[in-house]
Design a protein around this ligand. Structure first.
Ligand SMILES: NC(=O)c1ccc[n+]([C@@H]2O[C@H](COP(=O)([O-])OP(=O)(O)OC[C@H]3O[C@@H](n4cnc5c(N)ncnc54)[C@H](O)[C@@H]3O)[C@@H](O)[C@H]2O)c1
Length: 322
């Protein structure tokens, strides 16, 4: 497997917080099929429309479809209609089973698109399914990438996601003009499934640092510290993490934190639980001790028992601050 490397072209990376805009379709405008218009797919497709691409989208949820239509996505009623005539198709779905059904299944992407269509799965899924998708695509004559992302809903909206790519260089070069609209950084991690390997490992670390941030936030408050000041202090000290800067779970401290919206939207506890499950499975397969990941996964079981799986995963703070 090739070494994982940063293949971002610095001139094309978005400035953090910026959003690309382009009022008219340019000569390089593409027809993009998009399946999965949820918390991530919604803002990602909005950015592609703003950049001048024609996006034809499908989702099972009427609410997701309506929101996408408001953002200029041409919403259709089936996977087949979304991918017909597309230059490139993206899937942004909850888990491996959904991606397998939508890409390999009856009436799915490979059955409905022309084999010249480039297919990119940006969902976070297990490595084995990602490899199955690569193999299925290759057998049907399609070019395919596993291309999961990091950066959350805020990174999706800002067009600053980190892309982790598994697949061939030449295929990545074809997808690059579209990915660059969505990405701050692009890493080519190696062959089939290696993007997912990187993503699963990253999200395991996110789960652990989120739990640490929840415990720290509650302890700081109970020790009488000002939460805003403590968050700022920790962000430039050794307690820093992405979770601390983006999801600090005390109201009114960090604008992007879901705690400000009663944990609605964002990255659901169910999806983090899925990702930790994938990491624990990979830990078993490689004989790696992942005891902290296991502890957070156990807490997410409790979150599920409370009926909070649909809430943003920073709802974990409620188990600390009972
Ligand atoms: N939310 C985040 O912060 C975040 C960050 C990075 C990566 N991810 C990953 O991105 C993926 C999507 O996450 P999300 O937060 O957007 O999830 P989401 O649940 O908000 O969106 C997924 C969408 O897929 C749709 N869907 C499911 N099955 C479908 C099918 N058969 N056909 C068409 N549409 C279907 C659902 O209706 C939903 O709207 C997940 O794999 C997640 O792990 C999420």
């Amino acid at each position: 497997m090739a070494a994982c490397r940063d293949v971002t072209r610095t001139t094309s990376a978005a400035a953090p917080g910026s959003r690309r805009t382009c009022s008219a379709r340019s000569a390089t405008s593409m027809d993009i099929g998009w399946i999965g218009l949820g918390n991530m797919g919604g803002p990602m497709t909005a950015n592609l429309v703003a950049a001048g691409h024609r996006v034809i989208g499908f989702d099972l949820s009427e609410a997701a479809k309506a929101a996408a239509a408001d953002n200029g996505v041409v919403v259709v009623d089936s996977v087949a209609a979304a991918v017909a005539g597309a230059d490139i198709v993206f899937t942004m779905l909850p888990a491996g089973g959904h991606a397998r059904q939508v890409i390999l299944g009856e009436g799915g992407v490979l059955a409905s698109a022309a084999s010249t269509t480039l297919v990119v799965d940006s969902s976070t899924i297990d490595i084995a399914t990602a490899r199955e998708l690569h193999a299925g695509a290759a057998a049907a004559g399609f070019a395919f990438l596993d291309a999961p992302v990091s950066g959350g809903v805020s990174g999706a909206a800002a067009g600053t996601l980190t892309f982790m790519i598994g697949g061939e260089d030449a295929v990545l070069d074809r997808a690059r003009p579209v990915i660059e609209v969505l990405a701050g950084r692009i890493f080519h991690c190696g062959g089939p499934g290696s993007g997912q390997a990187a993503k699963i490992t990253n999200n395991m670390m996110l789960g652990i640092t989120l739990q640490a941030t929840c415990e720290g936030a509650v302890l700081a408050e109970r020790l009488g510290l000002d939460s805003k000041v403590f968050q700022q202090l920790a962000a430039v000290s050794s307690g820093d993490s992405w979770a601390l800067r983006t999801w600090y779970p005390v109201e009114g401290v960090v604008e992007t934190a879901a705690v400000n919206r009663d944990f609605e939207g964002g990255f659901s506890a169910a999806l983090l639980r899925k990702d930790l499950g994938l990491a624990l499975q990979a830990g078993e397969e490689t004989g790696t001790d992942l005891s902290f990941a296991q502890a957070v996964a156990d807490r997410l079981e409790t979150i599920d028992a409370h009926g909070w799986s649909g809430k943003d995963c920073s709802v974990l703070v409620k188990l600390v601050d009972r």
